[in-house]
Design a protein around this ligand. Structure first.
Ligand code: F6P
Length: 488
């Protein structure tokens, strides 16, 4: 960050970092959305101030927000500005639900859900990207701000900003996987999407593999020059540096750690709240209610565990937090109904009223509640069918300062490359996941400690500040290079 001192930083994301809603009387309730992107970017923004531009209708109450000149943030977190772009219901439907979440999301995740491409969604997507470009230009105090564009909602935005602010340094981070060229190629607007992203100075992915897929897609569908050795794409006179920046979380400070209730207290409190007997072992899952997260396969594995290892019947509970998400879409509603039906079936088979094996908590949970759940658990199950990175596994590791607990992690989450001490599984292989849960439940304490200590040192070191620091350092380097070439 020091190398960019004095430069204005503008973040653009769809999801806002805080949701403001009416409380009782004149009060405002501030909540944190369930979003890996917010988890990662918010601490960075707090550290470097600037302006965050986000879509304002994802839960925020416009009346409430508009009543305040300055958007009220929680105490001590008011060091950046939040500007919202308010979308009409039609824009939101086409851009967010339609093209972003029925088109791009299944296109980029290999989860066997077919993408839907509608001309009208694409038009809304393009128009909304343009509105965000206008907002960036309106916020820019100079002709060369540093703009951090986040995610698949804004594939066209980098080139739109580049046209209006040619000297801007644009860092785009793609928070989800990038598919291989064949899969990507089914998108009717593949060229426009690639051209849009190539407006970026730097384009970041979680893993080299996704960056490579992007470069191969460019190679296949555009007339661009590619320097494979340096990961640089030159297109129509502009250069884009494509790099892997594995995202992470903010490691808790010693004060934050000291303020946490002990794992034993967390366990007791959870047991009392959900009526889980004290001799039960507990596994947890924490996800948005999304078909990419492998929640269904996880339930099948829990069921198989109880069949194959009957010693866990009556001694095991699985708690699944499932934050509601994108429920306007039929695919999501059907998915939720399916999960609820399978959970009910398992509970009927292996539980009794009040003694359910599977506890589905389909509500939003604040970060502190989730942290207590992690601390109460014996096992954390992260079985995504495909995930750019996945931050739940890193949050679990960060929460376990007692070095206990076992992480079961999908090989198809970007995080699997960084966390080999987890029990790595193929989430589609029910038997393998069931065996891994059993292995986690019987794992000796010494082995848990050894694995967890290694996991903790990886996440502590490769934290979100390193993620942002590496990107901003690269940005400063490219900026300097460009300024020098301007002078020549
Ligand atoms: O990390 C991927 C991501 O899609 C983010 O872009 C987004 O904020 C998050 O998951 C949650 O999804 P949504 O914002 O659609 O609720």
């Amino acid at each position: 960050r020091t190398q960019l001192r004095g430069d204005q930083v503008i973040v653009v994301s769809n999801r806002e970092p805080y949701l403001h809603e009416h409380g009782e009387g004149d009060t405002v309730i501030v909540r944190r959305p369930a979003s890996g992107l917010v988890t990662a970017v918010e601490p960075v923004m707090r550290a470097c101030s600037g302006t965050w531009i986000a879509h304002g209708s994802g839960g925020a109450d416009r009346e409430v927000v508009d009543r305040h000149d300055r958007v009220p943030l929680p105490p001590g977190r008011s060091d950046y500005r939040l500007r919202r772009v308010w979308l009409t219901p039609k824009e939101e439907q086409g851009y967010y639900y339609g093209f972003a979440n029925e088109g791009m999301w299944p296109l980029c995740h290999v989860a066997h859900v077919r993408p839907v491409f509608r001309e009208s969604d694409w038009e809304a997507y393009r128009a909304v990207n343009q509105r965000f470009a206008d907002a960036v230009v309106a916020e820019a105090r100079s002709d060369d701000p540093v703009v951090l564009v986040q995610d698949y909602h804004f594939a066209l935005l980098p080139a739109m900003i580049r046209r209006r602010l040619p000297r801007a340094t644009i860092l785009t981070f793609w928070h989800i996987p990038w598919p291989n060229p064949e899969s990507f190629g089914i998108c009717p607007w593949r060229e426009e999407i690639l051209q849009g992203l190539l407006g970026s100075t730097i384009l970041g992915f979680h893993t080299r593999f996704h960056g490579k897929n992007f470069i191969e897609s460019v190679d296949r569908y555009l007339e661009a020059r590619i320097e494979h050795e340096h990961s640089v794409v030159s297109y129509r006179g502009e250069e884009t540096f494509v790099e892997a920046y594995p995202i992470s979380i903010a490691w808790p400070t010693p004060e934050e750690e000291a303020a946490k209730p002990s794992p034993a207290e967390c366990r007791r409190e959870l047991g009392e709240r959900l009526g889980i007997p004290s001799d039960h072992r507990i596994a947890v899952g924490v996800d948005r209610f999304d078909y990419t997260k492998g929640i269904l396969e996880r339930l099948h594995a829990v069921e198989r565990l109880l069949e194959k290892y009957p010693q866990w019947q009556g001694r095991f509970t699985f708690v699944q937090v499932a934050a509601p998400t994108r429920a306007v879409l039929e695919e999501y509603r059907a998915f939720r109904a399916r999960i609820e039906a399978v959970a009910a079936r398992i509970n009927e088979r292996f539980g009794a009223p009040g003694k359910e094996v599977v506890r589905l908590l389909p509500q939003h949970h604040e970060p502190d509640d989730v942290d207590r759940l992690y601390r109460a658990a014996d096992v954390c199950l992260v079985t995504s069918l495909h995930d750019g990175m996945n931050l739940v596994c890193k949050e679990f590791v960060a929460s376990r300062d007692d070095e206990r607990g076992v992480l079961v992690l999908s090989r198809f989450a970007g995080a699997a490359r960084e966390l080999p001490e987890a029990l790595i599984v193929n989430p589609y292989h029910v038997e393998e996941v069931a065996d891994a849960i059993h292995r986690a439940l019987v794992m000796p304490v010494a082995e848990q400690r050894e694995r967890m200590a290694n996991l903790r040192s990886s996440v502590r070191e490769d934290n979100v500040y390193r993620w942002a620091g590496r990107m901003l350092t690269d940005a400063a380097r490219w900026r300097l290079r460009e300024r020098v070439s301007e002078r020549v």
